[in-house]
Design a binder for this molecule. Sequence first.
Ligand code: HH2
Length: 387
Amino acid sequence: MRVTALAGEVPAALASVLAARGVDPIRAEALAAGGAQVALLLEPLDDADLVPLVREAAAAGVDCHTGDGWAVVVGTLARLGGLARGAGTTPLPERLSAELGRFLSDRQERPEGWRTARRTIPLERSCLVGILNVTPDSFSDGGRHFAPEDALAGARALREAGAAILDVGGESTRPGAAGPDEGEELRRVLPVVRAVAAEIALPVSIDTRRSRVAEAALAAGAEIVNDVSGLAHDARMLDVVRDSGAGVVIMHMRGEPATMDAHASYGDVAAEVATELAERRDRAVAAGVAREAIVLDPGLGFAKRPEHNFAVLDRLASVTALGHPVMVGPSRKRFLGAATGRPVDQRDAATAAACVAARIRGARLFRVHDVAAAREALAVTDAVLGA
Ligand code: HH2
């Protein structure tokens, strides 16, 4: 007899071994997908939850670790599903089984596209979002695309480099930035959005926290709203996104760009980011925004110290488990300087490396300045992951 280790964390590896030994391919895939171990933190719980949970988990073959007001359950998806359905003798309280069931079914969602106001953007492969900052003061490219004709030339270059989406922004959100007023933001972005949407055959996203800017940009040809406040800054933003059918990026941040560094304090950063994003997502869905329109972004560099950004990237599974495509924006940010010692104008290789790490951990959209470098790194990563 021979013992061979299988790449257990790669469902396709297990599925192909089973299929090659005669198991029906569809069943092999289901077995492989259900075979991966998943760990879930459940809190807050009270004693009335804990007693049946411990008993039911044992009956369902799920490991259960408990403490004061919390539990961690570890098991295969199939067994966790059995726990949610209450296969044992003491059913879980309704609140617990419903929430666990909902979480597991969201987690099964494997969005292969992103619905915007004008199309569905395919996400089987990495999707590059080129940054077009129409600002005089952005931290890495401020002033470069400030005039509309320069922005158009920048947009063409991003398309040539392989961008699939162009993200136009008129407000620098670097830590401590004092933003433009609404009139100034509109004057900056509208001519650029109009020109880019008309002349560059790519979906345009508007990077703004203001509903009036989003609305005007959508009318001028944009089809995605990228809101770094996670739809929290401007109460009307939810209505604009819902009524336009725009795609939306809900990004994680705490506080405002001017104050966010003071909020960079976490116990478990990935879990807290995921919980706060889920709350924002739930608010959007409750207001009528379509689930398929929502992309989540952990907000690298926003209210996060370098170690927080690395931990969020490594534990991105907490965010991907929410069942939406995930975008990351590591481009040239401070935390990359912390790892490499490089100044802001020499961080494109580090950016590409961060994109690769995020892709391996499940991100699908990458907001970058140097599209060509990230695209090449991600093309190789896509090939490895799709092998
Ligand atoms: N980062 C910035 C701006 N918008 N949007 C998303 N979804 N994710 C991000 O990480 C993100 C973002 C900040 O970067 P940049 O646009 O390069 O700088 P500035 O805010 O100074 O214009």
